[in-house]
Design a protein around this ligand. Structure first.
Ligand SMILES: Nc1ncnc2c1ncn2[C@@H]1O[C@H](COP(=O)(O)OP(=O)(O)OP(=O)(O)O)[C@@H](O)[C@H]1O
Ligand SMILES: [Mg+2]
Length: 441
């Protein structure tokens, strides 16, 4: 055994490998450098494999990395031995290292075979990317369905409430309104009769005279017609509001209908009237309408009203916020609609809160509705996100971030386009372009 080990490490009976190169320096150096570089590179690969295994703890075939490492280290060592044997002919040692390399490499090759099907079954990066993309789409679809459900629920309860109120008020107000002309006529007759009595029977009975003075008959004769006329006006106004409420909720109508878009905008404005009126610390919001001669539009009227509601509510919110921050847009080119000027660089000075609504025919089968406000406007970053579900810049509890995303979906469903132009302190304008004949998409 001892003898074997001695032979194993001995160099005595062999010629150094350098002799084969006739000790030509250039050939010797060429071999030294190339074998050393190969060995260095081989030794560095296991280090990279260790780093990879450390970073990717979920890598399923770690043991194959160990085999690769062993195989590569032994390959590197054979090259070191090639340099060593140039001078030291320990060929038994270098051959033994080659045997080890052969065994490890053969084992690695055999071990690789059964894992090939498993490795092939692993999803490729492009497959993972595609699956990821599909998941993202599904998630977006889910989010959009959720927004639709929430908004539909919100609008449906609002619609039902509005329709309920309108229905309840409708009968009594028609009763009052219908009778005001009769009351007017009767009162006029009675007043005429009293006047006739006064002319023909001068007041001689003290009791009648006292009551006459007490109730100030002259004043009543003068004031009663005025009161009746203002009562008629009030009843007329309530009737119109009820009509608008019914129009807004459109619960009594089929889903798709040909409607006058202006009716929808007007009834939405009636519902928002309370917010448009000036309050203690809030100036009045002026609504400037410039309605074109639009044909009837085939649409889902309730949904379109919902879009007007969302855009107008946002405009009012923006104007209110501008008042709080004292920075509403005094100059706005978008609001050129206010003055009817459409020149590109028409800059006009607006010192009040304005919402302008302009409608126009685009071509024989498209109409455009522009709703602009001279509120605070928005930054480009905000503008790019407003149609995303749940995006809101409003404080928690006051905005759900659904209004514009649902409006976008509604307009798309109508085969139309919804665009937003806005910049900080430049106001905001929404452009709704829809076909007059419904193109279901
Ligand atoms: N006219 C506007 N002026 C300025 N910012 C606006 C205007 N319209 C929309 N925005 C911005 O777009 C965001 C999204 O509007 P969206 O209507 O979708 O949600 P919201 O108004 O915040 O909440 P809600 O779901 O209650 O309508 C708003 O939070 C606001 O920042
Ligand atoms: Mg909103």
């Amino acid at each position: 055994m001892l003898q074997f080990l001695e032979n194993f490490f001995t160099e005595a009976s062999f010629i150094p490998h350098g002799h084969c190169y006739l000790w030509q320096p250039s050939l010797v150096w060429l071999n030294i450098v190339s074998d050393s570089v190969i060995a260095l590179v081989y030794y560095s690969i296991p280090a990279i494999l260790v780093y990879f295994a450390h970073k990717r703890k979920d890598f399923p075939f770690k043991w194959i990395l160990v085999l690769f490492g062993a195989f590569i280290i032994s390959c590197g060592t054979t090259h070191i031995m090639d340099v060593w044997t140039l001078w030291h002919p320990t060929y038994w040692v270098s051959s033994f290292i080659k045997v080890i390399t052969a065994i490890v490499s053969a084992y690695t090759a055999v071990a690789l075979l059964p894992i090939i099907p498993q490795a092939l079954a692993l999803p490729s990066p492009s497959q993972l990317k595609a699956a990821n993309f599909q998941l993202k789409l599904t998630l977006q679809e889910l989010a959009s369905t959720q927004t639709q459900l929430i908004q539909t629920e919100k609008m449906s309860s609002l619609g039902q409430l509005v329709a309920g109120i309108a229905h309840e008020i409708n009968n009594p107000i028609n009763f009052i309104y219908g009778n005001t002309s009769l009351v007017n006529e009767y009162t006029e007759n009675l007043l005429n009769l009293i006047a006739l009595y006064q002319q023909n029977y001068p007041l001689t009975v003290p009791e009648i005279q006292a009551l006459n003075e007490e109730i100030d008959l002259n004043f009543i004769q003068e004031d009663l017609p005025k009161i009746l006329s203002s009562m008629k006006m009030g009843a007329d106004r309530i009737r119109n509001i009820v009509l608008s409420l019914r129009n807004f909720s459109r619960l009594d109508e089929a889903e798709i209908k040909e409607v006058d878009i202006h009716e929808g905008i007007d009834s939405t404005l009636v519902i928002l009237q309370n917010r448009l009126q000036g309050k203690k610390d809030q100036p009045e919001i002026h609504v400037i309408k410039e309605y074109g001669n639009l044909p009837k539009v085939e649409c889902y009227p309730r949904q379109l009203n919902q879009v007007f509601m969302n855009i107008l509510t946002n405009a009012i919110d923006a104007l209110e916020e501008s008042v709080i921050n004292s920075q509403w847009s005094v100059v706005s080119s978008h609001l050129s609609v206010v003055s009817g000027k459409t020149t590109d660089n028409a800059q006009l000075t607006i010192d009040k809160l304005v919402i302008s609504i302009r409608t126009e025919v685009v071509d024989s089968n498209q109409v455009m509705i522009r709703i602009a406000d001279n509120g605070c406007g928005m930054t480009e970053a905000v503008r790019q996100k407003i149609f995303e579900p749940f995006f809101t810049t409003k404080p928690v509890g006051s905005g759900t971030g659904l209004g514009m995303s649902i409006s976008y979906q509604i307009i798309s469903k109508h085969g139309g386009l919804l665009k937003c132009i806005s910049a900080p302190l430049q106001g905001t304008e929404f452009l709704i372009q829809i076909p007059t004949r419904l193109k279901l998409s």
